[in-house]
Design a protein around this ligand. Structure first.
Ligand code: GUN
Ligand code: ZN
Length: 424
């Protein structure tokens, strides 16, 4: 049994922050050797219940749930910051050539190692990740995640049309590969498989139908794709699938909307789309640094809240500009200010934080497993230093309450704040 004493941030299932200025987190291994939270709360009360626990004390530090990145691309690590007029030329000029290199297992595993180093440095302990269309990229991703004991979700990209040589796959083989990879990796320790059509324009009807059939056959796998990111993309999807009510509805028609289905972006939606998301328990991965960088548009946080659409935060590296959850939360705040249906919305610091931890876990169908530090959940957590930089230290000395402390970290924080990352 291990006990950790510091300030402690947790969340209720409703997303309300629980804060103990002087807190204690007690963890111990389950039968599989995964460390789970046994108890958490105010130091005095929790310590009294566990007199035999050896306590590690981190004075002046904040223990918080490990961050959850709901959508990014590990093979795009090397193309962060590639300039383009918009999504489609960015894909053609930078993304597809970079991803073509992942046919080579040695390249895939070198990038996977760097990618996980980077995630962990930034305090991200779970991510839902695109690999590439090459099965070797999936083996590299999961192999490295397993070595590190991380809870990670990923999958082979499906793209059998409108894609150049080197990344385009073949319909039948792509579905057979997906099923084989589900068998090899899904549910191995803390790993989960995501059926991953890149986006509707790069899959044939047959591939989307096959993906939907696999999603029904393996109902606890994830589904992971993109939707309604960019106006040219939306127009293209409408041309390719004229029978669908909307771009989102294409996925619904192929059985690709259900609990554990996650769609990145969800910007150019109407209320009927949001209702479909809600009714099918499908989640949006909101990727504000990517949307600002690629000029895609502004996610409608008010619309999502109004229609109780599941959503959480994501970096979308390499469209996104940073692995840092702090940068993502700040960008989400800016995007909320811009608003779509409610200009000037001011998302609270604890809500932004929740959307990148416990709220993201809920959206992924992992409530009670990660993201909250509730007793019984897995003990993935970060130890943050609110005095990591001179400006932060100055600011931290002046904050009056939890919201101000979290906002100081969101606005001024980056990986320098992340002193330690503990993986269950
Ligand atoms: N839509 C289809 N593929 C991609 C991708 O790799 N990144 C982003 N941001 N959008 C996409
Ligand atoms: Zn993406």
């Amino acid at each position: 049994m291990n006990a950790y004493r510091a300030s402690l941030l947790r969340f209720t299932p409703e997303g309300r922050p629980l804060f103990d200025e002087d807190g204690l987190l007690v963890a111990g291994p389950d039968a599989a050797g995964v460390q789970r939270v046994l108890d958490a709360g105010p130091f005095r009360a929790v310590a009294a219940r566990h007199p035999q626990a050896a306590v590690t004390h981190w004075p002046g530090r904040l223990i918080a749930p490990g961050f959850i990145d709901m959508h990014l691309h590990f093979p795009q690590t090397d193309i962060i910051g590639a300039p383009a007029d918009g999504l489609l030329p960015w894909l053609e000029n930078y993304t597809f050539p970079a991803e073509a290199r992942f046919a080579e297992p040695a390249h895939a595993s070198e990038v996977a190692t760097f990618f996980f180093d980077e995630l962990q440095r930034h305090g991200v302990t779970t991510a839902l990740t695109f690999c590439t269309s090459h099965p070797a990229s999936v083996d590299a991703f999961f192999g490295e995640a397993r070595k590190r004991g991380l809870r990670m979700i990923g999958g082979k990209v499906l793209q059998d049309r409108h894609s150049p040589d080197g990344v385009r796959d073949a319909t039948e083989q792509s579905l057979a590969d997906t099923e084989a990879l589900i068998g090899r990796w899904h549910g191995q320790g803390r790993l989960g498989y995501a059926i991953t059509p890149r986006f509707a324009p790069t899959s044939t009807d047959a591939q989307l139908r096959g993906a939907g059939e696999l999603a029904a056959k393996y109902p606890d796998t994830w589904i992971h794709s993109h939707v309604a990111e960019n106006r040219d993309e939306v127009r293209w999807a409408r041309e390719l699938f004229p029978q669908a009510r909307s771009y989102l509805d294409v996925y619904g028609g192929f059985g690709l909307m259900r609990e554990r289905a996650v769609y990145a972006h969800c910007i150019h939606f109407d209320d009927a789309d949001r209702a479909l998301m809600h009714d099918t328990k499908t989640a949006a991965a909101v990727s504000p640094t990517s949307n600002l960088f690629l000029g895609s548009g502004f996610f409608d946080f008010d619309g999502a809240q109004r229609q109780a659409m599941r959503h959480g935060l994501a970096s979308d590296v390499g469209g996104g500009t940073s692995f840092s959850p702090f940068h993502t939360m700040l960008a989400a705040y800016y995007v909320g200010r811009e608003g779509q249906t409610k200009p000037g919305l001011s998302l609270s610091p604890s809500e932004l934080w929740w959307r990148h931890t416990g709220g993201a876990a809920q959206a992924l169908g992992l409530e009670g497993v990660i993201g909250s530090l509730h007793p019984g959940s897995e003990a993935d957590f970060v130890v943050l230093n609110p005095e990591a930089t001179p400006l932060l230290a100055r600011k931290a000395a002046r904050v009056q309450n939890l919201e101000e402390l979290l906002f100081a970290l969101i606005v001024l924080g980056d990986e320098r704040v992340v002193e330690r990352v503990v993986v269950a």
